[in-house]
Design a binder for this molecule. Structure first.
Ligand code: SAH
Ligand code: SF4
Length: 393
């Protein structure tokens, strides 16, 4: 298929601006917040400064209550309270793995639910954020891909996951104090549920908020977006977000990749590699991560390893080998440790770093590709909502 084919998506996003009722300040870009303040009567001359103040309360100090914003007048605080809310997704449940990994199920508008995972490591911690409820793509080894119900998350729901996690980690600094180092939540990976590049604008706006210097202040080098290969959106990722890129590569022939990552039928390996070859990088040292799930007898032979290094020649890359994480009814098995090691050695000898991703939180189904549980619950909630509204039957 041609790379210029239009992207069709049978998913919808809840509009950012709800027609009635208070608007959520979370998820708005600075510009959007400025317009919202002007619309409700803030003088244009003051609007930028007010945005700066509110922004700092919300994103630097984690404050959710207008009354606590003490550098704003009482009258202005009351105005804000009447017209806006500051809302993050609600935590439905939390599980903690024996390795310290945390998984939250959070509820968003419409009764939908998504999962968020926090992975603590030595001197750092990574939050794995979801960009969609479910995923329209159907990668055959991924649990999320078996979920039918799909909707795009809003920017508020995406950055809201980061804020919810900071709440639970108790990591908001005390106003006036210096921010602590190292951070518990120091990195973000867009590797949860969904294909981030099928929800580009919302993901971009949310990550801009995460990177804002007067807010959560995560460097663009600490944010990694993983895509299955939505080629037309790849260049925009560099230009409009500037974060690090990971690509779910997973196979070295179109025949195999077509079955594992079906989006390959639309943008095949050659088309994908072309886009990666010209991917603009902020610095020469920045490399693209090639994710490669190790599936026993499917994509893990020596030949695959040799083909892989041949294919990526000329692309500054690192290969992340991911031992397959099983889920109930999964049609694949994890490659043996010996096989993974041998594959990694071949890639490594060709000059590419090839770390093996350590499965984390497996006991709570929090590892890569295991996220799904929202489906059944979301369906139930829809039924419940219909019943409550007297629409059942
Ligand atoms: N939709 C995006 C990001 C989410 S998945 C993407 O596909 O890139 C994050 C990574 O986990 C991807 O590389 C994905 O292919 C991989 N993955 C999915 N299911 C997996 C499983 N069961 N075991 C190991 N990795 C898996
Ligand atoms: Fe979607 Fe990524 Fe899972 Fe494929 S691997 S189904 S793109 S979430």
């Amino acid at each position: 298929m041609s790379a210029s084919a239009p992207i069709t998506q049978d998913v919808h996003t809840i509009p950012r601006k709800l027609p009635e009722g208070p608007q959520n300040l979370i998820g708005m870009t600075r510009e959007h917040m400025r317009n919202a303040l002007i619309e409700v009567g803030t003088p244009e001359k003051q609007a930028k400064m007010r945005v700066g103040q509110i922004w700092q309360w919300i994103y630097q100090w984690g404050v959710r209550d207008f009354d606590a914003m003490t550098n704003l007048s009482k009258a202005f605080r009351a105005d804000l309270g009447a017209r806006f809310v500051i809302e993050v997704p609600e935590v439905v449940s939390k599980q903690v793995s024996k390795d310290g990994t945390r998984k939250w199920l959070v509820r968003i508008a419409g009764g939908h639910e998504v999962e968020v995972v926090y992975i603590p490591e030595e001197g750092r911690g990574t939050l794995c954020v979801s960009s969609q409820v479910g995923c329209t793509l159907t990668c055959s080894f991924c649990h999320t891909g078996t979920q039918k119900l799909v909707r795009n998350l809003t920017a508020a729901e995406i950055i809201g996951q980061v804020m919810m996690a900071r709440d639970d980690l108790e990591e908001w600094p005390v106003p006036g104090a210096r921010t602590g180092q190292p951070r518990l939540l120091s990195n973000i990976v867009l590797m949860g549920m969904g294909e981030p590049l099928y929800n580009f604008e919302n993901v971009r706006d949310a990550m801009k908020i995460a990177m804002d210097e007067e807010g959560i202040q995560l460097s663009r080098r600490r944010i990694t977006l993983s895509t299955s290969g939505v080629v037309p959106e790849i260049e925009r990722t560099a230009n409009e977000i500037g974060c690090q890129l990971a690509v779910s590569f997973h196979a070295t022939t179109d025949e195999v990749r077509d079955t594992l990552v079906p989006i390959n039928k639309r943008w095949n390996i050659e088309t994908l590699l072309e886009a990666l070859k010209v991917y603009p990088r902020g610095r020469n040292s920045e490399r693209i991560t090639f994710e490669y799930v190790m599936l026993d007898g499917v994509n893990d032979s020596d030949e695959d390893a040799y083909r892989l290094v041949e294919l990526i020649k000329g692309i500054p890359a690192k290969i992340n080998l991911i031992p397959f994480n099983e889920w109930p009814g999964a049609p694949y098995k994890r490659s043996s440790n010996n096989r993974i090691r041998r594959f990694g050695d071949i890639v490594n000898n060709a000059g590419y770093s090839s770390p093996v991703r350590k499965p984390r939180g497996e006991d709570i189904m929090a590892a890569c590709g295991q996220l799904k549980s929202a489906t059944e619950r979301a369906r139930k909630s829809r039924k419940q909502i219909a019943a409550e509204a007297g629409l059942s039957g």
